[in-house]
Design a protein around this ligand. Structure first.
Ligand SMILES: Nc1ncnc2c1ncn2[C@@H]1O[C@H](COP(=O)(O)OP(=O)(O)O)[C@@H](O)[C@H]1O
Ligand SMILES: Nc1ccn([C@@H]2O[C@H](COP(=O)(O)O)[C@@H](O)[C@H]2O)c(=O)n1
Length: 252
């Protein structure tokens, strides 16, 4: 019989059998603050005395799973004309296999994504060991049903589109080697329509929607408290208590 630790617990219903790693999906539009929210959650979970030193929190980015581009696609990418916001841009099979390995407690090695070269970095990798909590963040982490179903908790970072665009412009110029006119044309022609078609409709799958992203310290504190409570050793069944779903904001 399978161990209850790795049991088949696709979501928050089996509250008295919390699987490790506890897999959290973090979706949201480009530059909504997904990575920043994950870093804050990781920071706050790492600091708590409830988690032992040898337990870990890991962040994986969906961007590590961008497909390799053909020569022609790469040419378009350098002109800001390749659609990186479409589900087809991702290697879904590899993404699913990796997450299943992570869930099974296997060690995985992931390349960092190089946004300047539009491909996975051949030199920089992240080793993902078996962790207590794994945060998987990206624009389309709730889009693919097989992947969506793996999460034990789903968060959607909901930041105003104008703020996202202004942050993306600064970030893409400073960190991703892009020119302003290309950032804007890519955004208008590809990023924004794909957000509306593929990312925004996945908000309904979230357990918690985080308005204003990392600025929302209250939401982040509540999420961290909730995770700590779920992962507390020897916790009593939440079904026997009354405060079980107090922080879970379920969208309509
Ligand atoms: N609350 C915030 N206030 C100011 N800048 C922020 C905030 N959250 C994120 N940023 C900045 O916006 C950019 C995108 O944030 P990031 O967390 O990487 O978003 P995402 O992972 O959703 O693309 C980064 O340059 C980041 O430093
Ligand atoms: N070579 C690439 C790969 C991706 N993008 C853009 O990145 C966005 C996703 O990353 P976030 O950190 O913003 O969530 C996505 O909107 C792609 O357009 C890119 O420009 N170039």
């Amino acid at each position: 019989m399978a161990s209850p630790v790795w049991g088949d617990l696709p979501h928050l219903n089996a509250l008295d059998k919390i699987p490790r790693p506890f897999l959290i999906g973090v979706a949201g539009g480009t530059a909504s603050g997904k990575s920043t929210v994950c870093s804050k959650i990781m920071e706050q979970l790492g600091q708590t005395s409830l988690l032992e030193n040898n337990r870990m929190v890991t962040i994986i980015s969906q961007d590590s799973f961008y497909r390799d581009l053909t020569l022609e696609e790469h040419k378009r990418a350098t002109k800001g004309e390749y659609n990186f916001d479409h589900p087809d841009a991702f290697d879904t099979e590899l993404m699913l296999k990796t997450l299943l390995d992570v869930k099974a407690g296997k060690r995985v090695e992931l390349p960092a994504y190089d946004y300047v070269a539009h491909k996975r970095s051949p030199t920089s990798t992240a080793i993902i060991h078996c962790s207590d909590v794994v945060l998987f963040e990206g624009i389309l982490v709730f889009y693919f049903p097989e992947i969506r179903d793996l999460f034990n908790m789903r968060l959607f970072v909901d930041t105003d589109p104008d703020i996202r665009l202004s942050r993306r412009v600064l970030r893409d110029i400073e960190e991703r080697g892009r020119e302003l006119d290309q950032i804007l044309s890519q955004y208008v022609q590809l990023v924004k329509p794909a957000f509306e078609e593929f990312c925004l409709p996945t908000k309904k799958y979230a357990d918690v929607i985080i308005p204003r992203g990392a600025d929302n310290v209250v939401a982040i504190d509540l999420i961290v408290q909730h995770i700590q409570e779920l992962l507390r050793p020897n916790r009593t069944s939440r079904r026997s208590r009354n405060n079980s779903d107090s922080i879970v904001e379920r969208p309509h």
